[in-house]
Structures are given as structure tokens and as C-alpha cells.
Design a protein around this ligand. Structure first.
Ligand code: GLA
Length: 376
């Protein structure tokens, strides 16, 4: 059964790009289990672009590159399954994938059957080199239909970057998640820009089809395929907090075989994962109290037990005073209620007094709370 909360796992693209092979996948699988990430919910191991040969075989079937995957994908999927993980792969709605390998256009049903035969549990479906004549809606619907008819339950991860009206038609394609942003890079500017891009997409997410803000760059420190300047640990903590609070799928993009302690701590924050995985998958709302410095962004989300998740993010480099007015989270004085805040990073607890929460927040840092509604 595909879970009805945002998918979690690991994807090869951010760090490894085309440099993927069987040994990497097996070592990564071992680390996902050994580091405890699997037990925290990171269950899908996804091989992104560049896994196949440049040509299909004589019968028109996709072929795994024998230099990278000498035993083929079926054997690899079996090994990944044996470790208790799920196996994900990648294709594209166009003639070619973004890196120039064969795409699934006009091969949708055959490729879905191949993926099912190999034991694939997750398909990321990209949008490069797509037809200019057939609208993306039909291309994704085709693959959605092919997957529904392939005889195996395969999570459909659409990747059309939110363009061509994607949010308006993506749910009807059967997609379980959809890329609501452009590609991520390992820079603070990228994290900031994807957060901004996500703003207008917030109303479209929800149970069963999640807005995907792209794979995490936590722990890359500038190394690898999309690694540029890299982020510091405070910025990675803030990046992870935003993705988790916003209900994005949490797909790790770093080399989990060589994680720093800080990386592991960030990716393993149970309370944030619980917020991300909250069964209601409620919409995030943006809070804009007057007098807030422009670098500070605040968001809130209602959780299934009646708590609120509250995130305050400092996108600037200097310390700022952040504020949250309880009026904005529907708790004006007339309700007789206030919030009791539990900081999911420090564990500190405090009650909001007089309807306003004020707190200093360091540059690039964040405050994330699980907040309980209590009497004033
Ligand atoms: C696109 C996608 C990325 C990645 C690459 C692979 O850019 O958005 O996430 O899959 O293609 O080529």
C-alpha cells in the first residue's frame, strides 16, 4: 500500500548525477538501514537519470547499462527489497530523458510493464524533450494509466516542474507527488528561491498528491552533481525545516555513506518528520504580521491532534526580532486561548503571553514549534 503521507527516501541525482552503479546503490541501501534512516521512514531508494543504455533493445525495451548495473535492475531491486527498502527508478515523458537517455514517450505501457517486471515501487517521470503537440496533461495521464494497469503498485512521482498549468491537471493523472518547483542546487539562493516559488503552489498540495519541492541538499556541503557553494549546518537545518513543515516529500540527496553527525541529526529530527507525516496533510498558511522584517517568513499548519506547527525562518544573514500575532493563527483574545510552544530543535517550552510571540532569531536560522492550544 502506498502511504497517504509525503513519500520519504533517497535519490541519486543531487550527489551522483550520471555516476551511478550497483555498488553505490547497495552501499546506500546498507547505510539507510544502518544509520536508522529507514526506521525513521526514509524508505524509497530512487535511481534517477542515466541508468540505461542510450538505445532500446531490438524489442523496444529499455536496457540497464551493463557497465553500471551488471546484474540488471531486477536483481538489484530484489536486493534492495531484501534490506526492507523500496526501489525507485526514473524515466521521462519525452523522447529523451533530460540527460539524453531514452524517454518513455510512445513506449508508456511497455515501459510500465518493464518497471513492474523489475520490481519497481516508485517512478520519477521527468518532462524534458516532450512533444510540442500533445499537452503535458495527456503525457502524464498516459503514464499514470500505464502504471495503474501494469500489475504492480508503483508510486507515480511527476516532475514537470509546475509548468504548463501542472497544478491544475496533475491530480487527475494519478500522480502521488508532483514537482512544484524548478531544480534545486546546493546554495542558499536556491533554497530561498524554491521556498518563494512554492508560495503560490501551497493551495494545491494535500493528501495523496504532494507538492514536491525537490530533493534535499542537506549534507552535500557543495560536493556532487548539484553541489555549488554548499550551505552551512544552520542553513541545512532551516532548509530541512521548511521542506518538512511544507509537507514536501523528503528525499535525501547527499551521500549517506559519508554523513557528518550534523547532517544525520538534521535528517533524523523525529518531531519534524512527525509534522511532515501528519496524517491530515493540511495546507500551510503564510503569516505576515505588520512590522516583521522582510527577511523573516512565518508559516503555520494545523495538525491532526489539534496542535499547530509553527515555523519562523530568517532568510537574511543578521539576527532579527521575529514576531507572531496569535490573531493570525485564529486565536484572538476573544477565544480565551493561547499557544504553548515546544521547540522541535532545542526542546525549550514556553507559553505565548498577551497574544504576541517575540523572539530573536539568528541569521539563516529558524524556530520551529509544535504548539498546543491552551487557556490564556
Ligand atoms: C531534471 C529533473 C531533475 C533530474 C534531472 C535528471 O532536471 O528536474 O530532478 O531528474 O532532470 O537529468
Amino acid at each position: 500500500m502506498i502511504k497517504h503521507t509525503p513519500p520519504m527516501g533517497w535519490n541519486s541525482w543531487n550527489t551522483f548525477g550520471e555516476d551511478i552503479h550497483e555498488q553505490l546503490i547497495l552501499e546506500t541501501a546498507d547505510c539507510m538501514v544502518g544509520s536508522g534512516l529507514k526506521d525513521l521512514g526514509y524508505e524509497y531508494l530512487v535511481i534517477d537519470d542515466c541508468w540505461s543504455l542510450k538505445e532500446r533493445d531490438r524489442d523496444g525495451r529499455l536496457v540497464a547499462d551493463p557497465k553500471k548495473f551488471p546484474r540488471g535492475m531486477k536483481a538489484l531491486a530484489e536486493d534492495v527489497h531484501a534490506k526492507g527498502l523500496k526501489f525507485g527508478m526514473y524515466s521521462c515523458a519525452g523522447n529523451l530523458t533530460c540527460a539524453g537517455y531514452p524517454g518513455s514517450y510512445e513506449h508508456e505501457f511497455a515501459d510500465a510493464a518493464t518497471f513492474a517486471e523489475w520490481g519497481v515501487d516508485f517512478l520519477k517521470y521527468d518532462y524534458c524533450y516532450h512533444s510540442n503537440i500533445i499537452h503535458g496533461m495527456y503525457l502524464y495521464r498516459r503514464m499514470g494509466l500505464a502504471l495503474k494497469n501494469c500489475g504492480r503498485e508503483i508510486l507515480f512521482s511527476a516532475c514537470s516542474w509546475g509548468i504548463d498549468g501542472t497544478p491544475e491537471w496533475i491530480r487527475e493523472t494519478g500522480a502521488n507527488m508532483w514537482r512544484s518547483t524548478g531544480d534545486i542546487f546546493d546554495t542558499w539562493e536556491s533554497v530561498k528561491s524554491l521556498t518563494e516559488q512554492q508560495q503560490k503552489m501551497l493551495p494545491y498540495g494535500g493528501v495523496g498528491c504532494f507538492n514536491d519541492m525537490d530533493m534535499l541538499v542537506v549534507g552535500m556541503y557543495g560536493k556532487g552533481n548539484v553541489g555549488l557553494t554548499g550551505l552551512n549546518d544552520t542553513q541545512y537545518k532551516t532548509h530541512f525545516s521548511i521542506w518538512a513543515l511544507f509537507g514536501s516529500p523528503l528525499m535525501i540527496g547527499c551521500d549517506v555513506r559519508n554523513m557528518t553527525e550534523a547532517t544525520k541529526t538534521i535528517l533524523s529530527n523525529r518531531e519534524l518528520i512527525a509534522i511532515n507525516q501528519d496524517e491530515d496533510c493540511s495546507q500551510v498558511i503564510s503569516l505576515c504580521p505588520p512590522q516583521q522584517p522582510p527577511e523573516i517568513k512565518c508559516y503555520a499548519r494545523m495538525l491532526s491532534n489539534g496542535d499547530l506547527a509553527l515555523g519562523i525562518f530568517n532568510f537574511g544573514e543578521s539576527k532579527q526580532l521575529a514576531r507572531v500575532n496569535l490573531d493570525e493563527v485564529a486565536l484572538p483574545e476573544s477565544t480565551g486561548k493561547t499557544l504553548y510552544l515546544h521547540d522541535v530543535w532545542s526542546g525549550e517550552e514556553t507559553a505565548v503571553k498577551n497574544g504576541t510571540f517575540l523572539h530573536d532569531i539568528d541569521g539563516y536560522d529558524c524556530l520551529v514549534y509544535r504548539a498546543r492550544v491552551i487557556d490564556r
